[in-house]
Design a binder for this molecule. Structure first.
Ligand code: ADP
Ligand code: MG
Length: 354
């Protein structure tokens, strides 16, 4: 199964329509064998549709799906050698855990003893070997989720498709399962395409991320690449905890000005004065002697860090810091940031400028 040459995915110009509604506007993807690839974006942005297109559960009105270089656009799900894990787990309630896990093998006519061995092996990999005789209704949510995973890996597919598989788990279990899922994917060496709207989940799991907005991919990159250099204001405002502050500003010369609230020098010169969206990460904002005039609205204490919510004129920003700060509600301060911490986006198109 550890075959690093299986599981390459290429989606080329995929267009999906539901009636008159276009939900995928020409999506291109190239996923390498063995990669943990995350489709990230807000609800309704086309992530599940893209996953279902890869699985063969949805047809496309234009474009192609290639798996390991082979055009499978017209092939049925059963002919694609892919396995999908759904948010709902989709277990059969009247079957035992063993029967649920073995079901895909039974469907392809495998002999009973071979199925039993494969089931035991898959169950052991997700630590549910002791639950094989139970029914789904007798299991916790986390255990059901493992059954769904075991059923997906039992066939040793070349591609593992997961649609928000952790979203029904409570916060603590979700964090634990996230780590195990990544270890499982690594040990199997299988390509994983994983859908989530949770940017933190995406950042921790992914080798690479594709960010979806409104049926389009806006950016593809490593977690660090997307965090450090978002290509579009919409991506900037979606990534990070809390996400990047976005302020309406004017860029001229080597400075950005925010209304009548002052200016901050940056390390890029504007060819001509222009309206921009200025992005600054909460962790890059500092209380300074000069810079942008701001007023403290509230401070949220997080134990090891704190988040101050401030107003710059009518616009609200968040500042995050590890060091203790004494800030009172209503206090007037100035905000600054290092020249290289400024992210500049075109005010109307949202495209990155620096
Ligand atoms: N069967 C369908 N009929 C009509 N519209 C659909 C159907 N499935 C999905 N959509 C629409 O397609 C868009 C993308 O949906 P989806 O891929 O499920 O988004 P995501 O998984 O990112 O939340 C949404 O606007 C959704 O309402
Ligand atoms: Mg979805």
């Amino acid at each position: 199964m550890k075959d690093s040459h299986r599981g390459g995915v290429s989606l080329q110009g995929a267009v999906k329509q539901h009636g008159t509604l276009t939900v995928l506007h020409g999506v291109d993807l190239d996923i390498h064998p063995g990669e943990f690839f995350v489709l990230l974006g807000p609800s309704g942005s086309g992530k599940t549709t893209t996953l279902r297109v890869l699985a063969g559960l949805e047809s496309i009105s234009a474009g192609r799906v290639l798996l390991d270089g082979e055009d499978v656009t017209q092939k049925d799900p059963g002919e694609r050698d892919v396995a999908m894990v759904f948010q709902s787990y989709a277990l059969y309630p009247h079957m035992t855990v063993a029967q649920n896990i073995g079901f895909p093998l039974k469907m392809i006519g495998m002999a009973a003893d071979a199925i039993a061995r494969a089931v035991a092996d898959a169950a052991a990999k997700v630590s549910i070997g002791h639950l094989l005789d139970r029914r789904p209704g007798q299991l916790s949510g986390g255990q059901q989720q493992r059954v769904a995973l075991a059923r997906a890996i039992v066939r040793e597919p070349r591609l593992f498709l997961l649609d928000e598989p952790l979203s029904n788990l409570d916060a603590r279990l979700r964090l634990e399962t996230r780590v195990e899922l990544k270890k499982l994917q690594r040990s199997l060496g299988v390509t994983a395409v994983y859908v989530t709207h949770d940017q933190e989940e995406a950042m921790t799991l992914a080798d690479r991320i594709a960010v979806f907005m409104d049926g389009r991919i806006v950016q593809v990159g490593t977690p660090q690449g997307i965090f450090g250099r978002p290509s579009h204001a919409s991506v900037a405002g979606f990534i990070g905890t809390p996400p990047m502050n976005l302020l309406q500003a004017t860029w001229s010369g080597q400075a950005v000005r925010v209304g009548h609230n002052g200016h901050v020098d940056i390390d890029a010169a504007a060819p001509a004065e222009r309206a921009v969206t200025l992005g600054v990460r909460p962790g890059d904002l500092r209380i300074t002697d000069s810079g942008l005039a701001a007023e403290v609205e509230l401070v949220e204490e997080l134990g090891d860090s704190r988040i101050a919510i401030l107003h710059v004129g009518e616009q609200r920003v968040k500042l995050k810091t590890d060091s203790p700060i004494e800030l009172r509600e209503g206090q007037a301060v100035h905000l600054g940031f290092a020249a290289k911490a400024a992210h500049l986006f075109d005010r109307s198109s949202g495209e990155r400028l620096n």
